[in-house]
Write a protein that binds this ligand. Structure first.
Ligand code: ADP
Length: 223
């Protein structure tokens, strides 16, 4: 082997070495940003994923509702619509033995009895309860009918209880009440219409206080 061929051999190998090294470093430089990212080093924790999901849609900035867990919101919804209403099962209901039928309608609708007692209402308390009718000619008749026998006083508790109980009860005139309502099913006329139910949250509050002491009232959640 001549000196010239030794020189060419060394020259070629040194050149290929440089090309190979340059190629390797070039390929490595390309691969690093694609394959080695924080996500590939270790899977992100669940909380990190949740945060990323909330923030990835920039068109809709995160709101308290989208960030907060669902359960407390549902809880709030139930809490806000929970109501209590005051009921009198009138003398015609008691005398014709429809107490069980009427209570069954309320319980089937999902309402709970949280207070209950049987009593004969005095003229004084009836005049107070029906004060909005005192100017009407049939008012004495109403008082006479309402204390003609014992009545059952109740407080019902449940979601949207006040309006829904009035729907289940039907309008004042039993004959004209909608089919399937309590008054249509068991009532007789405008006066003998089976039950009273509060007509608004304000009335319910006043009537509950009028007929029940605080210690006579329980809660459906603690029964
Ligand atoms: P509701 O009991 O449907 O809320 P009102 O508050 O108007 O109706 O009347 C209270 C009660 O007075 C009625 O439930 C009924 O017993 C009696 N009453 C109402 N209107 C008449 C009427 N025109 N004739 C006889 N009694 C009536």
């Amino acid at each position: 082997m001549s000196l010239l061929s030794i020189f060419r051999f060394l020259q070629n190998h040194i050149r290929y070495g440089f090309v190979a090294m340059a190629s390797m470093s070039f390929l490595s430089a390309e691969e690093i940003p694609q394959n080695i990212t924080p996500q590939n080093i270790a899977p992100p924790p669940a909380s990190a994923n949740f945060a990323a999901k909330v923030h990835e849609d920039h068109s809709t900035p995160p709101t308290p509702a989208s960030v907060a867990p669902t359960a407390p919101l549902e809880l709030n919804k139930i809490t806000y619509s929970m109501e209590r209403t005051f009921i009198i099962l009138k003398p015609d209901c008691v005398q014709h033995q429809h107490i069980g039928d009427v209570i069954s309608r309320f319980e089937s609708a999902g309402f709970s009895i949280v207070a209950c007692k049987m009593t004969i209402l005095s003229d004084a308390i009836l005049r107070e309860h029906y004060a909005h009718l005192a100017h009407l000619p049939f008012f004495p008749e109403i008082v006479e009918f309402m204390n003609s026998s014992p009545v059952l006083l109740m407080i019902l508790e449940g979601e949207n209880c006040i309006g829904r109980v009035r729907e289940i009860l039907g309008i004042t005139d039993s004959q004209a009440a909608a089919p399937g309502t309590i008054r249509k099913t068991w009532g007789s006329d405008k006066m003998r219409n089976i039950a009273h139910a509060s007509d608004s949250p304000e009335s319910a509050q006043v009537e509950i206080r009028r007929f029940f002491k605080p210690e006579e009232i329980f809660s459906s959640s603690t029964k």
